[in-house]
Design a protein around this ligand. Sequence first.
Ligand code: IVH
Length: 684
Amino acid sequence: MDAEEIRKKISALTQTLKDHNYRYYVLAEPVISDLEFDRMLKELEYLEKEYPQYVLPDSPTRTVGGGLTNEFVSVPHRRRMLSLGNTYNEEELRDFDERVRKVTGDAVEYVCELKIDGLAISLFYENGQLVQAVTRGDGVSGDDVTMNVKTIRSVTPQLHGDYLPSFEIRGEIFMHRKGFEKLNAERISNGDTPYANPRNVAAGSLKIKDVAEVARRPLDITLYHLLVDEMPFDTHFDAIQKHARSWGLKVADSTRLCRNVEEVLAYLHEWDKKRHDLSFDTDGVVIKVNSLRMQEELGFTAKVPRWAIAYKFQTESALTTLLGISYQVGRTGAITPVAELKPVFLLGTTVKRASLYNADEIERLDVRPGDMVFIEKGGEIIPKVTGVDFSKREPGTEPVRYISHCPECGTELVRHEDEALHYCPNEDGCPPQVVGKIEHFVARKAMDISSIGSQMATKLYEAGLVRKVSDLYKLQASDFTDWPGMGEKSIQNLLSGVEQSREIPFERVLFALGIRHVGETVAKKLAGAFRNVEALEKAGVEELTAVPEIGTVIAESVVDWFARPAHRQMLEELKQAGLQLEKAAGGEPVSSKLQGLTFVISGVFSRFSRDEAKDLIERNGGKCAGSVSSKTNYLLAGEGMGPAKLQKAEDLGVKLLSEEDFLAMLGDTASESGKAEASQTLLF
Ligand code: IVH
């Protein structure tokens, strides 16, 4: 390629990737696979590295860091960033409606929006480009956090359509609960203190100096307030839901136009129930007068607009007695203190236990057995203790002394510096840890032995049959002869599940071992870099950290794991059992032949396992889904496939694909890769 061609290629890739980012993060309607996206991104990264003179300022590779750091400059707001008046009850809401109607006359339309619990942000767009992002600060001036905000995938850097040449738009930056929980799980497994709630993380994330770190935080945005010197639109609803949306900006889907206060109340009731099903936290509803002319007429008090109000949902809490504190031991040995409560009814269920998180939380709350404590459900499913009613505390109680030894095996607990959690270090001998390891090993994403569930794992452990995962491969039918409820069929089922797992690929075996910090992604990286378990076993911290994205914490954990003689012995047994302890040839993408196609795999096949079929689909650019839906293109049908799947496929007109059809579909992929004649050879 000559210089001009390279420049054009970089520019085209930049545009295409930005377009896909928009489809993925704003519209939530991706049209290409993640794999295809990553491949294009990698190509762009490569070209940009080779030809830095052609890098475009809005390149999607930039939005994930690139060594940029922030200086947060305080800037004055062009228009003050005000807060909202709050109400917790319907009476006050009706009063608000009356106040509004006194000024505007009878017919008032309201717009109801969910009040997202995040942090307010103000974005400036000039000629379709995002030029500045400022936090609320004290309402008069805030911090310029433009670079950090640009890393958020749902923030549109370049508008399209018929946008206004210059405007400000405000909204909320927040984090979905799933992302928050994942981040916290990572923090816990990295030994960091977990964050208290998604709002705090979102706020904290925007203040991080390292842009690459911010880019790793799964933040999202919803925009809800358009401000412009000469407003060409008549209503708030049109400005946001029609126009801002059409320019490619991320606005809420749950917004509703209401013709009167009764309809507003209906919206409140509806979302008070439904809000727990949302993927993010909402603490109420914002009610706004729709007409912008009326908004102007109503104006502001010293602090808040008269044309809007926030209705806050009641946080459901209950008061009950703390009977005691018990301690749970998890798979990794992490200890979680649990409040044992006098049963109390809260939001449809009877609560008997609540999480106390860690020793710091117990100290912070200063909870003591016998106290009357407040319980809340928040957005989480597991209730938590949020406070103590100190007025009811009996005299003479003592602060809780955190346990020093494992409640299950008696081993002395450890707590590393700066870690929030205590751990039981007896990982190979502490019963819940061993059972947890078995459960993890057989899990679907690991060895996928579905015939062993949680109860069976416990039974196998308690019967002394399985004390480490390699014992699973020594099980025999005769071990179960006197087991109540285990007929011949169940025994065969269990054993054949174990048998089939011998074919599970190396990276999943590595994940299944449950090495601390080695999740699915890390396992894939390690398997790809070291190819077999011997090479991994020999690797030192330095070699491990040479692998992209493997840091010292992971490296040290891997080295520690392999250093234990018990683990080496177990690996030897797994090797004897015939598990895949080296990476099969191939594994890289081979074509984009199946790009844009979604498959559902059902039944068994004679020439490949289901996992191999999945692998083959993904390596050729396709996607696999668990169940048949209108988005499914093909049902790859093997022997004995489920009748329900078949029926659904027929109902939805999804095409059935036999083993032969499937291989024929990929036919020339095999020759393209120059590796083999029959496509199935690609896999092995
Ligand atoms: S309108 C002058 N709409 O709640 C109008 N605010 O308690 C100001 N918030 O500062 C804001 N969702 O950070 C508005 N749909 C929404 C909102 C919303 C969340 C936040 C925002 C605001 C605070 C007021």
